[in-house]
Design a protein around this ligand. Structure first.
Ligand code: IVH
Length: 665
């Protein structure tokens, strides 16, 4: 029995030494002494296999491949927080609580951007780590979490302890990891959060062990059972038990104090060694917390303030043009790579000549870059004070960089176009669009294969797709083709002849005719011939088809080349008709609105909500812009909701949408 005690003492001793060494950077013993004790423990454990413990310092970094992750039902749901984006919303949050507790105090903490984790201990021993999962049920990832060195496996607290926190990957480790991925020709991780989550969910524990993950604990789930009365005490107690806790928090009595913490933290954000995306504000008293309870899905006692899109400075090194499938010439910024909101940005679309002029962007300028909705990088301005005189104003090229033809800009339009309908960039682009999943959905003609066939002149035009069978020998002579593969492709091409009229209309790539417009046109005209015969008035009379779209359609159908194209497709046996359908009722609240769905919907699936909205006459879009009329949000809505609020776009919680839709339907 003596030896069992000895083993236990050694494990704790070594854990303390390791923490001093790795975490506090202040070793109190020499490496030799540490190694000696480690060997002693290894020898004792080898002699007593019955005392084996996966928490032992001898086991923590050894890799094992797991068969899978067990599921675990959280005793108490792991909640997510409601988001706010302004001081006004903060004031409202504080006022709501003050109504019930006039003297309420708050704790403001960083909102770490990683993945939530619950750690369980039983009589001082670590027993499991569970991910958030859907909030009710998570996955047991103890083996991977054991590789996080800063987490104590032994704590001085009897009974059951559950603490919660955020596992994250420090910015430095993330950069090193992506450098390694580059060297190994492996895909890069988009941001530290994804990298951390991927590591924790890897079945090979040596992966997590190599990823240098860390954790901050911010929640003592069953603190009250251990005499904890406030959130600030909880943080203190967790730190004393040996957990990594960020004590740079602020206990606040007023909105001003909370706001000061938000501003201070926002200013430090870029220089912190880990990613944060906001500040969490919690009621300090746990008694008040318990009494305040929950809204439908999120706590009433805590809220997350999200920082606005991050802005950084970098250099505009160059501007180059790309030619799209409709011939539009888009200028793009080449930027000195810079990290924005967690990802590396080295390019951004500049959209058109006017934007470059309005924002006064010159090559060599220091520019301000941010992520619109935290996703798409955008160059918002140049920093005039940083000009040295060597910056060069951008002159929009007169010729297409792909085919050398003239680029023109029509009156009243912002875009330049390549005037050559046979421009390879356009031709290939339109071929790729035609076969894409949303259009004719021809599997087996990916971009690479398409480019290969196009280059070999086996696919010069869209109708050539339907004559590919005649070119079997030529195709098989190319790299990467087999009889079997070719037959499969022919079968897919054949099947595409029956695709709905709307898909064909969309596949033609007529400017401004997206999926939605194509389906409205197909529904109200019932055949390609009828669409072609319609004049601008008739087209614009279709609900939700605007004047410009109508004009784009008549212009397209008027071109002899396009009429020939359609005749050739008809000859090739493509379906050109469908039954006419009634248009959606125009009197619903949603009719004519461009709606964006965001967050997790609980009442129905995303695609059901989309269908419902479309049946009520709305167009459902994927991203928020000034043109968005309404954003409907579910749980955990993030950047899209933030952007909508930034832009002053109307927002609506899911419940209201369901109620409205119910009335209207
Ligand atoms: S407290 C009921 N504190 O943000 C309180 N959460 O949407 C539970 N997070 O799921 C969370 N930093 O993963 C809390 N200092 C912090 C946090 C934090 C990051 C995460 C957590 C949670 C999400 C909220």
């Amino acid at each position: 029995m003596d030896e069992a005690l000895k083993i236990q003492a050694l494990r704790r001793q070594l854990e303390t030494y390791a923490r001093e060494y790795y975490i506090q950077d202040a070793p109190t013993v020499t490496d030799q002494e540490y190694d000696r004790l480690m060997h002693e423990l290894q020898a004792l454990e080898a002699a007593h296999p019955e005392l084996a413990d996966p928490n032992s310092p001898t086991q923590r970094v050894i890799g094992a491949v797991l068969p899978g992750f067990e599921k675990y039902s959280h005793g108490q749901r792991m909640l997510s927080l409601g988001d706010i984006f302004s001081r006004q919303e903060l004031e409202e949050f504080v006022a709501r609580i003050r109504k019930e507790y006039p003297d309420a105090q708050f704790v403001a903490e960083c909102k770490y951007d990683g993945l939530a984790m619950a750690l369980h201990y039983e009589n001082g021993r670590f027993i499991r780590a569970v991910t958030r999962g859907d909030g009710m049920t998570g996955e047991v990832v103890s083996a991977n979490v054991r590789t996080i060195r800063s987490i104590p496996m032994y704590i001085d607290e009897p009974g059951f302890v559950e603490v919660r926190g955020e596992v994250y990957m420090p910015k430095k480790s993330f950069e090193t990891l992506n450098e390694l991925q580059t060297t190994l020709h492996l895909p890069l991780f988009a941001n530290p959060r994804n990298a951390a989550a991927g590591s924790i969910r890897n079945l090979d524990t040596s992966v997590a062990a190599s990823r240098n993950l860390d954790i901050f604990l911010y929640w003592y789930q069953n603190g009250p059972e251990h005499g904890i009365r406030t959130q600030s005490q909880a943080l203190q107690a967790m730190q004393e038990l040996g957990f990594p806790v960020n004590m740079d928090v602020s206990v606040c009595d007023t909105v001003d104090e909370i706001w000061a913490f938000i501003e201070k933290t926002g200013a430090q954000r870029a220089s912190l060694p880990y990613e944060i995306d906001g500040v969490v504000i919690k009621v300090n008293s746990l008694e008040q917390e318990a009494a305040l309870g929950l809204n439908a899905k999120t706590p009433r006692y805590a809220i997350a303030y999200k920082f606005p899109a991050q802005e950084v400075q970098t250099t505009l090194d160059d501007i180059f043009l790309t030619i799209g499938r409709t011939g539009v010439a888009t200028p793009n910024a080449v930027l000195t790579p810079v990290r924005v909101a967690g990802t590396l940005v080295s390019a951004a679309s500049l959209h058109n000549e006017d934007l470059i002029r309005d924002r006064d962007l010159r090559i060599g300028d220091t520019v301000i870059v941010r992520k619109a909705g935290d996703i798409i990088p955008e160059v918002i301005a140049s920093v005039k004070e940083r000009r040295t005189g060597s910056q060069i104003p951008y002159v929009f090229p007169k010729t297409c960089p792909v085919c050398g033809s003239e680029l023109i800009r029509l009156e009243g339009e912002a875009d330049h176009f390549c005037t050559n309908p046979d421009c390879p960039a356009q031709v290939l682009g339109s071929l790729i669009h035609f076969v894409s999943r949303e259009a004719m959905n021809i599997d087996g003609l990916g971009e690479k294969k398409m480019a290969q066939l196009h280059e070999a002149h086996l696919l010069d035009t869209i109708p050539d797709i339907y004559h590919l069978a005649e070119k079997r020998q030529d195709v098989l002579a190319l790299r990467g083709w087999s009889d079997k593969g070719f037959d499969k492709l022919l079968a897919n091409i054949d099947a595409s002849r029956q695709r709905p009229l709307a898909d064909l209309l969309f596949g033609l790539g007529i400017r401004l005719v997206g999926k939605k417009a194509a389906s409205l046109l197909a529904d109200s005209f019932g055949s390609m011939d009828a669409v072609m015969a319609a004049d601008q008035e008739t087209l614009a009379a279709v609900k939700f088809i605007g004047r410009t779209t109508a004009e784009s359609l008549t212009t397209w159908f008027a071109q002899p080349a396009n009429r020939q194209l359609l005749a050739a497709l008809k000859d090739a046996g493509l379906n050109m008709t469908q039954e006419k359908k009634e248009a959606a009722p125009a009197d619903s609240f949603f009719a004519g609105k461009t709606v964006v769905l965001t967050g997790t919907l609980t009442g129905m699936s995303r695609s059901e909500a989309k269908k419902l909205l479309e049946s009520l006459g709305a167009t459902v879009a994927g991203s928020v812009s000034k043109k968005t009329s309404l954003v409907i949000y579910g749980e955990n809505a993030g950047s899209k909701l933030a952007k909508a609020r930034d832009l002053g776009v109307e927002t609506m919680p899911e419940e209201t949408f369901l109620a409205e839709a119910g009335h209207a339907a």
